[in-house]
Write a protein that binds this ligand. Structure first.
Ligand code: PHE
Length: 501
């Protein structure tokens, strides 16, 4: 026999007092326990076969607000008839209404029922009573309901039950279903109760007092079911996107990089020209890039740099390249854009930090004039970085990225040849996502071309990479629609675990 808890003991005792069978609400009264406590006790007592429960559905009928009004005043047809009788059994409708002091809104209903019940007729505005009816079943029910707030339908006489539907149609009464639970002691239950139960108080909280005095040894501590489901709690937490941003930043910091940040608004010069992207390059088109209309121009850097960039574009300058062979426009370079990549930020930084070594990264927002869909956003984040030193090679670049991805939990990385106007050689990294069983492109990279470095006066090789962050987040969180990240979908935010791998 399992040990009984305090509430179970009290429930059994109450049931014994009630002769072995009683509805739950009576047990609540006798035991002094809360309804929920009794119901919990019922669960385990039933499981231990000490009691059985009987469930009975009950239909309750009670007065609506209007029903309550008529129940005290009398049904409107009854009020009219009474007044009609008082006026001699025949009278003008108006005077009957006045006599009855009947509210206008009830008049048509009252006349309708007078007729339907066959109590009176109406002809040319005159009412004539036909009989002196005794109380109808509907009226009897209303009267009963004024005495008791609700009645159990199943216990009413068939006649009264029939009147319920009429009154319900008139919206004077309402109906509610209720389950009545009755408990009964089983034979085992009786045996146990007969042996005598002494209720032992249980302690549900261990106090310092109990520990200090050593009294905890003497009291009965309540047992808890630690496997019972508890309420789910949703504590405040950092947004999943921010969590991954923080994680990515930590990894770069661990690897010896310094974080840099730049402006979201850049001149086309730093976003495109300094990166050897010709001025007629399709990426510069309004279709892809957001240009500012106010102000629409920014400042170019010192003349020497601008001139060198211009010549490199036009004829290759001292770089040995032929350039793009067109006439470079400073006006085009002055235009302001929402930066389309964070390479604008690293190249600007590089121009101001020409001494090796340079090892910086940024995680920041970029903008592209994209149509939004499950794969594209117009505002997103890029992770970007550069390494400049006397002797760095493509192997260092691949090694660095491999290490970064591995620290993020992406083990298999491949590098493919690619093309960017500002790097040579250029690569694209792809990682294998076991959950999707596919390779996914993650970031572009390469070694900055002489056409980029020479005009800025940078003398040492520069490894550069950059790629979208949201892609990475989708992979990590296993979601398919990029828009979910910024929808403030509370359900999704709550479901996303605080701890990511
Ligand atoms: N800027 C490129 C992009 O937005 C990525 C890149 C950065 C490529 C640096 C090469 C070097 O996709």
């Amino acid at each position: 026999m399992p040990e009984l808890r305090e509430n179970e003991q009290k429930t059994l005792l109450a049931l014994e007092k009630l002769k072995g069978r009683a509805p739950v609400n009576q047990i609540v009264q006798i035991s002094g326990l809360a309804h929920a406590a009794v119901m919990r006790a019922v669960l385990s007592l039933t499981e231990n076969k000490l009691i059985v429960t009987y469930e009975q559905k009950q239909t309750l009928v009670f007065l609506s607000e209007e029903g309550n009004y008529h129940a005290t005043k009398g049904l409107p047809e009854r009020r009219l008839l009474n007044s009609l009788t008082k006026l001699g059994g025949e009278a003008k409708v108006n005077s009957v209404v006045e006599e009855a002091d009947l509210e206008k809104k009830f008049l048509s209903v009252a006349l309708g029922w007078l007729n339907r019940k066959g109590w009176a007729t109406i002809q040319q505005g005159t009412l004539k009573s036909l009989k002196e009816p005794s109380l109808g079943d509907d009226e009897k029910l209303l009267q009963l309901l004024t005495k008791k707030s609700s009645l159990i339908v199943e216990e009413l006489s068939p006649e009264l039950q029939k009147s319920i539907s009429v009154l319900k149609g008139r919206k004077l009464v309402e109906i509610k279903e209720k389950t009545l639970r009755e408990l009964e002691l089983t034979d085992d239950g009786w045996t146990l109760v007969k042996k005598g139960i002494t209720v032992q108080e249980e302690i549900s909280q261990l106090t310092p007092e109990l520990i200090r005095t050593g009294n905890w040894r003497n009291v009965k501590l309540r047992r808890f079911d630690v496997t019972a489901p508890g309420p789910v709690s949703y504590p405040g937490k950092i947004h999943p996107v921010q969590q991954i941003i923080q994680h990515a930043k930590e990894i770069f910091l661990e690897m010896g990089f310094t974080e840099i940040r730049g402006d979201m608004v850049e001149t086309a010069f730093w976003n495109f020209d300094a990166l050897f992207q010709p001025q007629d390059h399709p990426a510069r088109d309004m279709v892809d890039t957001f240009y500012l209309s106010k102000p629409n121009q920014g400042k170019l850097p010192e003349k020497a740099v601008v001139d060198a960039v211009a010549k490199t574009h036009e004829n290759g300058w001292t770089t040995g390249s032929r350039g793009w062979e067109y006439s470079w426009s400073p006006e085009e370079a002055k235009r302001l854009v929402l930066r389309t990549h964070t390479t604008a930020t690293t190249i600007r930084y590089l121009t101001e930090h020409k001494e090796p070594p340079v090892k910086v990264f940024s995680v920041d927002r970029v903008y592209r004039n994209e149509k939004l869909d499950y794969k594209h956003l117009a505002e997103f984040h890029q992770i970007e970085g550069i390494i400049m030193d006397r002797k760095v090679t493509l192997r260092d670049l691949m090694g660095t990225l491999k290490e970064f991805y591995q620290k993020l939990g992406l083990e298999k990385v491949q590098f493919w040849p690619s093309y960017f106007p500002y790097t040579e050689p250029s690569l694209q990294s792809t990682v294998y996502v076991p959950e999707l069983k596919t390779w996914v492109e993650l970031c572009g990279m390469g070694i900055f071309r002489p056409e980029v470095l020479a005009p800025l006066g940078v003398k040492h090789p520069v490894l550069a990479w950059g790629g979208g962050l949201e892609r990475l987040i989708l992979l990590k969180l296993g979601i398919e629609d990029i828009r979910l990240l910024y929808k403030n979908d509370l359900g999704w935010i709550r479901r996303t675990p605080v701890c990511q791998r």
